[in-house]
Design a protein around this ligand. Structure first.
Ligand SMILES: [Zn+2]
Length: 144
């Protein structure tokens, strides 16, 4: 099972869909780690909620947001948001990050932390193909 990642396309999509949230990412793009495609829905829902909250802020602060990275860290989504963040925005980010811990990072099905090897959140199907996944991840790290 060849593993695919659409992190570049997803990054472009986010820029298009949420110009306010990623105002400061306009030129350099949003760095999204490869192989966290299973979390894309979660990330989109988070962006929807964040943008609603940004709409409530004073106009002059609405374009001060940026995301420095979106990745998996310690078996969990890490969404690094900068700007005049409100407590509610912080809560939204924390909630999404916590939710990622039970979603397969490859396909979005229910998943759990992989017990051995790499630090991943993985579903039973992807766990079965883990050796192939290991190869893909190693390749992607090499090409960095
Ligand atoms: Zn999966």
């Amino acid at each position: 099972m060849a593993l695919r990642t659409r992190s570049v396309e997803f990054s472009e999509k986010l820029l298009r869909m949420y110009p306010k949230l990623f105002k400061q990412n306009e030129y350099e793009g949003i760095p999204i780690m490869p192989y966290i495609d299973g979390w894309f829905n979660l990330i989109e829902n988070l962006c929807d909620d964040l943008v609603k909250e940004i709409g409530n802020l004073p106009f002059k602060t609405q374009e001060e947001f940026s995301v420095s990275e979106i990745k998996s860290k310690f078996r969990k989504l890490k969404f690094r948001l900068y700007g005049p963040i409100t407590p509610w925005m912080e809560e939204l980010v924390n909630t999404a990050e916590d939710r990622s811990q039970s979603i397969c990072q490859f396909c979005g099905e229910p998943g759990k932390p992989k017990e051995k090897g790499r630090w991943l959140i993985i579903c039973p199907v992807h766990d079965k193909y883990y050796p192939d996944i290991e190869d893909s991840l190693r390749e992607s790290a090499k090409n960095k």
